[in-house]
Ligand binder design. Structure first.
Ligand SMILES: O=C(O)CCC(=O)C(=O)O
Ligand SMILES: [Fe+2]
Length: 215
């Protein structure tokens, strides 16, 4: 199945590539030593990249649906997934370039490179990811960074302190090549999620770069 994307006009005339990070990221300090960096429009030609990575696209990404046990019954995970491990080739050269640029840029804070790339495809507003922290592995106990590149239609990413009320929720709309990096204690002390929406929205792909033993 293919997913139609209503592209942004700007993206359609540009080649797939990366803009600068230095001097272009904005940091939002959060509580408990967590922070978020944003770099809108980091990826150029993001709609073209979306077309390559989407189901049936040139990059040949094998998107997988998953089923999870919820109480006593199996339910479909509301998004498609593909996880690229440390030594697995990435499906497009610009993703390898993005991982290496992020590794360089965050090396002084992270002290290690980004290694894996998890990808999610949100087909429409029914697809989502529930509140969670990426807490599998070292991120359960240590500070780390998770960098998210968003392509395709914009969707809201919400962040809130663990156990925090509605008044503390931060909302960022991400798509068409935007970068958001969660750092410091963010995975332990904050939660993030992509809520479902009843608005008509196009498909979005998120690519999450993480260091070794963080998921
Ligand atoms: O789609 C996103 O931007 C978030 C995905 C996410 O949080 C995850 O896969 O852990
Ligand atoms: Fe996550």
């Amino acid at each position: 199945m293919s997913y139609a994307l209503q592209g942004s006009l700007l993206d359609q005339v540009e080649e797939v590539g990366l803009r600068s990070l230095r001097g272009c990221t904005q940091r939002l300090p959060l509580s408990h030593g967590a922070w978020v960096d944003v770099r809108p429009g980091w990826v150029t030609g993001a709609d073209e990249l979306f077309t390559r990575l989407a189901d049936g696209g040139l990059a040949g990404v094998e998107w997988q649906g998953e089923r999870r046990m919820m109480y006593d019954r199996a339910v479909d995970t509301p998004r498609l997934l593909r996880f690229y491990g440390e030594r697995e080739p990435l499906p497009d050269p610009v993703l390898a370039q993005a991982r290496s640029r992020l590794s360089d840029y965050y090396s002084h804070e992270l002290g290690e490179p980004f290694t894996t790339a998890g990808m999610c495809l949100y087909r429409d507003g029914h697809d989502s990811v529930a509140w969670h922290g990426d807490r599998v592995g070292r991120s359960r106990t240590q500070d780390t960074c998770v960098a998210i590149v968003s392509i395709g239609a914009p969707r809201a990413l919400l962040l809130r302190p663990v156990g925090g009320g509605a008044g503390q929720t931060i909302r960022r709309v991400l798509g068409h090549g935007d970068l958001l990096v969660m750092g410091g204690s963010c995975q332990r002390t904050w939660e993030h999620g992509i809520p479902k929406t009843s608005k008509p929205v196009g498909p979005r792909i998120s690519i999450q770069f993480r260091p070794h033993d963080v998921r």
